[in-house]
Design a protein around this ligand. Structure first.
Ligand code: COA
Length: 176
C-alpha cells in the first residue's frame, strides 16, 4: 500500500502533520537564545495577540522589551508560545504577552511558560507578580495562584482585569 493511501486511513490527530503529534516532550521552554529567535517571538506574539484585532506589525512591542526577560516555547525550531517577565521593583514583577499559537493550545504549554516565569520570580526573590488578564483567561491564571484585583476594563476593545499572585503564599499553597 502506498504511503499516501496509508496516511489517509490514519486519523489526522495521530499523524506527524497534526500539531498534537508533538507532546510536551517535544516542546522546549527556555529563554530566547538570539536576535533571530527574538524576532520570531515578536512575530508569534503578533500572530496571537495583535493580528486577530486587525493591528499592524510592530504593535506587539512596547518600550520595555530590551530590559525584559523573554521566555519561548519552541517546537521543531518554531516559536509556538511565549511570555515576558519584567521587574517593576526589587519585589514586584509583571508578566505580559502570554501567547500560544492556536494549533498548540490545550497541551500545557501556557501553563509551562507561566510556571517557569513564576520559578524565575522566586529565584529573583520577588514577592508579588502582576498581570493584565483577558477576562476569558481568568480561570487559567487562578489555577496558577493569581487573584483578580479591581474591576474589569477594556484595553484594545478586549475586556481585561488586573490579577496578582503573592509568591510566598503560592509557594505555601503548593506545599499544603
Ligand atoms: C491563554 C493561553 C496562553 C493558554 O495557553 P495553552 O497552552 O492552551 O494553556 P494550557 O494548555 O496550559 O491550558 C489551557 C487549557 O488546556 C488544559 N490542558 C492543559 N494541558 C492539557 C492536556 N495535556 N490535555 C488537554 N487539556 C489540557 C488546561 O486545563 C486548560 O484548561 P482551560 O482552557 O479550561 O483553562 C492561550 O489560550 C492563548 O494564547 N490565548 C490567546 C491569548 C491570550 O488569551 N493570552 C493570555 C491572556 S492575556
Amino acid at each position: 500500500m502506498c504511503f499516501s493511501l496509508l496516511i489517509k486511513q490514519i486519523p489526522l490527530s495521530l499523524t506527524p502533520l497534526h500539531p498534537c503529534f508533538f507532546s510536551m516532550q517535544n516542546i522546549e521552554v527556555r529563554p530566547v537564545k538570539d536576535k533571530q529567535e527574538l524576532d520570531d517571538m515578536f512575530h508569534q506574539r503578533w500572530l496571537v495577540l495583535r493580528s486577530p484585532l486587525g493591528m499592524d506589525k510592530g504593535t506587539e512591542k512596547d518600550k520595555h522589551e530590551d530590559s525584559a526577560f523573554h521566555l519561548v516555547a519552541v517546537c521543531d525550531h518554531k516559536v509556538v508560545g511565549s511570555a515576558r517577565l519584567r521587574l517593576l521593583s526589587k519585589e514586584l514583577g509583571s508578566i505580559a504577552y502570554l501567547a500560544v499559537l492556536p494549533e498548540f493550545r490545550h497541551q500545557g504549554i501556557g501553563t509551562k511558560l507561566m510556571e517557569k516565569l513564576i520559578e524565575i520570580a522566586h529565584e529573583k526573590n520577588l514577592n508579588t507578580l502582576r498581570l493584565m488578564s483577558r477576562v476569558h483567561a481568568v480561570n487559567f491564571y487562578k489555577r496558577l495562584g493569581f487573584c483578580e484585583v479591581g474591576e474589569p476594563f477594556y484595553y484594545l476593545d478586549v475586556s481585561h482585569i488586573f490579577m496578582q499572585c503573592k509568591l510566598q503564599q503560592s509557594q505555601k499553597n503548593a506545599k499544603d
